[in-house]
Design a protein around this ligand. Sequence first.
Ligand code: SF4
Length: 387
Amino acid sequence: MPALELTAAGLKPLSACSSEPFIGRVQERLDDAPAVREREILLVRNPGEPLPPGFRGYLLLSEGVVSPGLEDVYVLPPSLHYLAAGDVVRIHPERGALATLYRRASASNTFLVTERCDNNCLMCSQPPRKQDDSWLVDELMEALPLISPETREIGITGGEPSLLKGRLVELLERMKHQLPRTSVHILTNGRGFANAELARAVAQVRHPDLMLGIPLYSDLPEEHDYVVQALGAYDETLRGILHLKRARVKVELRCVVHAQTYSRLPQLAEFITRNLLFVDHVALMGLELMGFARANLGLLWVDPLDYQSQLTAAVRTLSRAGLDTSIYNHPLCILPTELHPFARKSISDWKNLYAEDCERCARKEDCGGFFASGLAKRSRGIQPFRE
Ligand code: SF4
C-alpha cells in the first residue's frame, strides 16, 4: 500500500528559500498557532496584510506583500488549495514541490516506512525497491509531534515494515507516547515475526490499540508462495501469525481476491477456522489496479461477478465460526444480498471514486465505490439500485 503522500510541484517562491527540505504543520489562524512557531507554516488565504514574522514558512493562495527578512514564502498552485490547518507537509524548496504527509480531516492517514520488501507479490501496489530508505522512519518520527492527538487511526505500510526490526518497535513506542488515543494498523507480510523475539518486542510496547494486517492467500503453501513470489513465505508468515498471537498482539488476516486466489477461497476459510480461529478479523479484499497489478492484469483479472459463489461460501464459513469478517473494495451491487452486511466502505477517501451510473443509485451512501485506478476495468455487474 502506498503512503499517502501526495506530492505536487509548482510552488512559486516570493522570498529567499531554505536549501534543504523541511517539515511543518499548517496553521491558518494566528490565535491557534503555538507561541513557538519554528515548525509551523502559515497558510494565508487572502494575503493583504504584511505577513507576521516567526513562522517556519508561509503558503499563500495568491501573491501578497512580503516584508524584507522573511524566508520560505511560496504561492501555492491550485492543486494544493485543499491544504488546511493541522495538515503536516514537507516542502522541497529546491524542487518547488510540496508533499502532504498527513491530512487532519482525513480518516485515511497512512505512512510508508520502507520500500524494501522480502516478498514480491504479483499484485503489489507499491513495488519494492532495494535502496536504504531509513530516512522515511526518521521523517515520521519528526512528524509525530505535529499530528493531532485526536487522530482516530494511522496506518503503517511498506514495503515490509517488519524489516525495520528494532526501529519498528521504537516507532511504536513513540506513537504510543505521542498519540495515545490513536489506533495503529500495520500492513505486514508477517514473515519478520517468524522471529519470536521481534513479535515479543512489539507486544512489549503494550500499545493500547494496535492491529497487524497480514495477507494469507491460500490454504496451500505453494499457492501462497506463488502469489507472493517467495519460496518459504507461507511457512514464515504462519509462524509469524502464531508468534504474534501467542504474544497477544491483534492480527487481521487479509486475502486479496483475484484470478490466482478466488477458486480456493472456501478451502482457505476452512483452513482459517480450523487452525487460526484466534485471529481478530478476516478481510476478503478486491484487487487494486496499481503497480504490479497493472503489469500482471492478464494473470490477475477476474470479474468479481464470477467469484461470488466462492466468496459467499468463504464468508459463510468464517462468520458461522464466529470470526469477525469483512469484505473490502467491492461495489455493493455485485455482491449477493446475503453479503451486504459484511461489505465495508474501505477505500481511502483520496483514491475513492464512483462511476457515472452511481449518481442514480439509491444505495450510493452505503457503497464503497471504486478505486480511482479501477474505473477502467469494471465488473459487468455494476447496476444502480432503484428505490
Ligand atoms: S451502482 Fe455504484 S454506487 Fe450503486 S452499488 Fe453499484 S457501484 Fe455502488
